[in-house]
Design a protein around this ligand. Structure first.
Ligand code: SF4
Length: 310
């Protein structure tokens, strides 16, 4: 048993040393540990208490042995074997994406989705009912990215299908688009729960913590690289901070375009990203809808979209 653990540790350190940028940092996991011990936060608290000072993955270039041991417990033997085989370590470029047909992109997205469904790289994999890879148009010009699946998404394996998802559908329709025109996903692919032992409980959602984001974000980054959108809308402060790589509050980030930041993919063609309120937050605070609509109108102006009549 000890030999197995030592071998796994050696493989995991080797895997870490091959990363171009650190996606599993001591800072992230220190923050994660602190965050896990916090009382559960609702989405509204997440939106309103935008004081997370998460140092995201690229902040640290150093790996330490204590870091390896801290993360080792979350990585299963099966996953380590996949890392060893390079199954999760492929790289894609925007150039590659632009030469791919829609069918080829769909095949690539399907492959990434299969990896997500088999993934147990973080503890969320042990408690999810279904992984939620995301869905939509492989050739989408616009992607909507939230923080993580909730109750309904966990039960069905599809993103944004509960009440918040229905509001997102209306927001997309107001832009003159259909759900099938865009790609919808989350940074964390499995349901973060306040009480992971009770996935059948409503009101059990929480935002993914920094450690979970650091481990899972590779998937959304590969999806972005495969789709190669021109615009991203980050839904909520957690997604916005991770994808803009800025620890400012959502209030400070929204209302203007930023450049998308990815840890594992170099973006040779800049992708514009705008941050706005998560639809779940808009359901709780309808007075924020005006600001969210203003954010979406900025995207519409960039894309040359007009609001449908009637
Ligand atoms: S949340 Fe992401 S990293 Fe964690 S188990 Fe699910 S797919 Fe894997």
């Amino acid at each position: 048993m000890k030999d197995n653990v030592r071998a796994l540790a050696a493989e995991f350190k080797k895997f870490l040393s091959t990363r171009q940028e650190d996606d599993l940092t001591p800072a992230a996991f220190t923050q994660a540990a602190a965050h896990v011990s916090e009382p559960a936060r609702t989405h509204a608290e997440t939106e309103q208490q935008d004081h997370l000072t998460i140092e995201f993955a690229r902040a640290s270039k150093k790996q330490t042995s204590s870091h390896c041991s801290a993360t080792l417990s979350t990585v299963t033997q099966e996953t380590a074997e996949k890392e060893q085989n390079g199954a999760l370590n492929e790289s894609f470029s925007q150039e590659t994406a632009t030469t791919m047909s829609k069918a080829e992109k769909q095949a690539l997205l399907d492959q990434i989705a299969e990896e997500i469904k088999a993934c147990h790289r973080c503890p969320l994999g042990a408690t999810r009912l279904n992984a939620v890879p995301g869905e939509g148009n492989p050739n989408a010009t616009l992607m909507f990215i939230g923080e993580g699946p909730g109750f309904d998404e966990d039960h069905k394996g599809r993103p944004f299908i509960g009440r918040a998802g229905q509001l997102l559908d209306k927001m997309i329709a107001a832009m003159g688009l259909k759900r099938e025109d865009v790609f919808i996903g989350n940074i964390a692919k499995c349901h973060p729960m306040v009480n992971p032992e009770n996935p059948e409980a409503h009101g059990n959602d929480r935002a993914p913590n920094a450690g979970e984001i650091a481990v899972c974000r590779k998937f959304i980054e590969r999806q972005i690289a495969a789709i190669s959108p021109k615009y991203v809308v980050a839904l909520g402060g957690v997604a916005a901070k991770a994808l803009i790589s800025d620890t400012n509050s959502l209030g400070a980030l929204r209302g203007k375009f930023h450049l998308l930041h990815l840890d594992s993919v170099e973006l040779k063609k800049p992708v514009k990203i705008i941050a706005t309120y998560h639809p779940a937050a808009l359901l709780r605070n309808p007075n924020w809808k005006k600001d969210a609509w203003a954010d979406l109108q900025m995207v519409m102006a960039e894309m040359g979209l007009k609001r449908p009549q009637g």
